[in-house]
Design a protein around this ligand. Structure first.
Ligand code: PTJ
Length: 249
């Protein structure tokens, strides 16, 4: 990865945030990220700033519920777009192993070249089987017009639970209509995806993904999974995240 270290002094007060930006820019140069992805990241950054650039206790509760949900699922799938590939391919692969999930490439601005680049990036980090690329995305999500409707019949189409980091609202709602459980990671607690998903982790994917791996590792083989998911309340969780942003909590 080419990170412009010279431009960012390590003692810069915003060094961490600037490094994450560089990861996106590097992903853009390598053909993983679309220009629109850089803009989407900017919006995420603004929310992250307001949340204190930390995994809040509220997000941690959602992470625990998400880990339990993935472990309870019989066909969990992690959906990977350009930004996710640039920021956390290694933890996507780790989570897939720990939670027994499949990995599928699913992008909004679809080109075969970028699908292949994201697949190659996942394989470089140890993914054995990457779904949803090229002619493998032969199934369709009903009532969805965007290129995200094209999914793998062995992956998202047949999944009971789908983890969709940085997702657009249309597909989240379409997946819910297909009776799938949707887990998202989205820094904006007001987004349509955040409100439609069953479990919303309001946190940066860069922090949330490793925390999710850790939580799944801890919970694997324990008996309390169903209790954790039953006791989780997503609307309450979103309200709490909003209060943190407004400085009321
Ligand atoms: O790779 P593609 O073609 O699938 O395109 C990916 C983007 C991100 C461009 C596409 O999915 C898109 O346009 O997304 P949206 O509708 O802008 O939604 C992105 C959401 O993710 C917004 O609510 C952002 O606040 C949030 N977000 C951005 N960066 C992060 C984030 N959430 C968590 N971690 C981030 N690093």
């Amino acid at each position: 990865m080419h990170i412009n270290h010279f431009a960012i002094p390590s003692d810069h007060p915003r060094a961490r945030s600037l490094y994450i930006r560089e990861m996106l820019v590097d992903g853009f140069r390598r053909g993983l990220v679309v220009p629109e992805g850089l803009i989407a990241h900017g919006r995420g950054e603004a929310y992250d700033y307001l949340l204190g650039e930390r995994t809040t206790e509220t997000a941690q509760r959602a992470i625990k519920a998400a880990a339990a949900m993935l472990l309870l699922s019989s066909r969990p799938v992690i959906s990977v777009n350009g930004n996710t590939a640039a920021l956390c391919t290694n933890t996507v692969v780790e989570l897939a192993k720990v939670a027994g999930a499949s990995i599928e490439v699913n992008i909004f601005y679809r080109t075969e070249k970028r699908e292949m680049a994201i697949k190659a990036e996942l394989e470089l980090h140890g993914a054995k089987r990457v779904l949803g690329v090229g002619s493998k995305a032969s199934a369709r999500i009903p009532e969805l017009q965007s290129e995200r409707r094209r999914v793998d019949p062995d992956g998202i189409y047949a999944a009971d639970t789908v983890l969709v980091p940085l997702e657009d609202g249309d597909r989240t709602e379409a997946l819910i209509r297909m009776n799938k459980t949707v887990i998202t990671i989205d820094l904006n607690p007001l987004s349509r995806t955040s409100r439609a998903a069953n479990i919303t982790i309001v946190d940066n994917v860069v922090r949330a993904m490793p925390a999710l791996v850790e939580a799944a590792r801890k919970l694997r083989g324990t008996m309390s999974l169903k209790k954790i998911t039953d006791n989780y309340d997503n609307s309450k969780n979103l309200q709490e995240s909003l209060k943190i942003i407004k400085g009321e909590a």
